[in-house]
Design a protein around this ligand. Structure first.
Ligand code: GLA
Length: 386
């Protein structure tokens, strides 16, 4: 729905005009998967697809929210925020507001209209986008003193406590702090970051396997505890190992006899992936495009074999990408278990790439594959179209 129609819909629902329009982007991760909750490195970019929130303040303590995508309204009081079974999408709103309250920040009541074009359940962080868009909306409405990194952290806390996924910080952080035309090299331990320009000669092409991301929180959370198991054993031997970030492959190999196969392989993925992120950032900055692409393929293989979060369709997409014109590298992106691949493609060959991958994927799997050609965009703020 266009911004004008959104404004009309808001007017229709609430009998008055909206006062602010805020958007927060989804993301695609170039490399550094399942490293964020291991205090490691990630390299995501925000995409030019957003969750948009139109809002106006209320004088009472009520929040009314309408989701355009789910065509559903919900309402609750700020004095008692409970999870909703009837309108599960609103739990992202509720969860974020609870976090503001936990930090002692006073919220205004509000009328909200929420809409988005980040595909839901495709591993492009539609959840983080709604959390961040709502957080930013209330920061502005309530004129709240809270910095941008805190907005990301409270959105992550909402996901942990209200949604039940013990996610890392990557998705929320990039949705808040992304800078146009760049990918963000982020150290998830101390949240230091630098923006690395992505040349216009390269395009970020996202292929949607159209297999709904089967990330039930239990699989994701299980990976997390398998990593913790490996940390425990490593720390017993070496000390000072608080997260897999602190361990080397040599150290891991030395404790292999004390570890069962699964946590060993999970840790091997994380430790090697951290090394790949560092190498990939360097390669991209140095214009060593082929080297960068190779690291993407290696990342995919490690996620498939060691971390076991890929699926047949994602593997097919990566193999088909290899054969397509202009491709530099490809891998699954996000949590996995379905969702999307990220492909770095020479900009002049994007059409040829799509024409090659799309029909071949349909032939092999019987599934149509939506493709999104993305430009790295800026983080949350005022809607650019309003
Ligand atoms: C999901 C989580 C992130 C991150 C990725 C995997 O997107 O929300 O924190 O762990 O999976 O890299």
């Amino acid at each position: 729905m266009g911004e004008e129609n959104l404004a009309g819909t808001f007017q229709h629902h609430y009998g008055g005009a909206h006062s602010i329009c805020i958007q927060a982007p989804g993301r695609v991760n170039l490399i550094g998967e399942h490293t964020d909750y291991n205090d490691g490195f990630v390299f995501p970019a925000a995409i030019d697809r957003y969750v948009t929130v139109l809002a106006s303040p209320r004088t009472d303590q009520v929040v009314r929210a309408y989701s355009v995508d789910f065509a559903q309204a919900t309402e609750f009081s700020l004095s008692q925020i409970e999870p909703s079974k009837e309108a599960p999408w609103s739990n992202f709103v509720r969860g974020v507001l609870v976090q503001f309250q936990k930090r002692g920040l006073e919220l205004p009541g509000a009328n909200l209209l929420i809409s988005g074009d980040v595909p839901i359940g495709a591993g492009l962080s539609s959840s983080a986008a709604i959390e961040v868009a709502v957080a930013e909306t209330f920061r502005v409405l309530g004129d709240l003193e809270i910095d941008r990194a805190q907005i990301a952290l409270l959105s992550q806390a909402a996901e942990h406590e209200f949604i039940g996924v013990k996610c890392g910080i990557m998705d929320q952080f990039i949705s808040v702090l992304a800078q146009r035309g760049t990918a963000l090299f982020l150290d998830c331990r101390d949240l230091s970051y630098s923006a690395v320009p992505v040349s216009e000669d390269l395009s970020i092409v996202v292929c949607n396997s159209a297999v709904e991301r089967r990330l039930d929180s239990s699989e994701y959370n299980r990976r997390r505890s398998e990593c913790e198991e490996a940390v425990k054993v490593l720390n017993q031997k070496y000390g000072g190992i608080h997260a897999l970030r602190d361990a080397s492959i040599e150290q891991l190999d030395a404790v292999k006899p004390q570890l069962s196969d699964v946590p060993y392989r999970r840790a091997r993925h994380v430790i090697s992936e951290n090394n790949r992120v560092l190498a990939a950032v360097e390669a991209l900055q140095a214009g060593k495009t082929q080297e960068f692409g190779e690291l993407l393929y290696l990342s995919h293989r490690s996620l498939r074999d060691d971390y076991e979060v890929s699926c047949k369709e994602l593997d097919v997409l990566v193999e088909l990408a290899r054969l397509a014109p202009g491709v530099v590298g490809a891998r699954m992106t996000g949590a996995g278990f379905g969702g999307c691949t990220v492909n770095i493609v020479e900009s002049k060959d994007v059409q040829g790439f799509c024409d090659s991958v799309q029909p071949a994927y349909e032939k092999e799997t019987g599934i149509q594959c939506p493709i999104y050609v993305c430009r790295p965009s800026a983080g949350a703020g005022n809607c650019v179209k309003c």
